[in-house]
Design a protein around this ligand. Structure first.
Ligand code: ZN
Length: 98
């Protein structure tokens, strides 16, 4: 996945069904293994590698991530939603299998 950021959030795991803390790798904003939690402000750009190239209008963007369940250690795809520069929510990507 290359360089990414990390989000720690409670997600209902699609594999074991538990609401467990997930360690999520995602590629939004300034990519430097930054550690985030829900409600944190996303840093869009601070030199180095960032995705996308510029902050989107209104600071709204969705991107995919890979979560690892802390309960069963399964990996699954999630969608990370940024609203007004804030990491607002994360949801399981039901459509993506692999
Ligand atoms: Zn699980």
């Amino acid at each position: 996945m290359g360089i990414y950021n990390i989000l720690d959030a409670d997600v209902e795991c699609p594999v074991c069904g538990q609401s467990a803390e997930a360690n999520i790798q995602f590629r939004l904003g300034w990519l430097d293994l930054n550690q985030y939690q829900l409600g944190d402000r996303l840093v869009w750009c601070r030199g180095g590698i960032h995705e996308p190239k510029t902050r989107p209008p209104d600071g709204n963007l969705e991107g995919e991530g890979v979560a690892e369940c802390s309960n069963c250690h399964a990996e699954y795809w999630v969608i990370v939603r940024v609203v007004a520069d804030t990491i607002e929510s994360v949801g399981v990507d039901q459509l993506r299998e692999e």
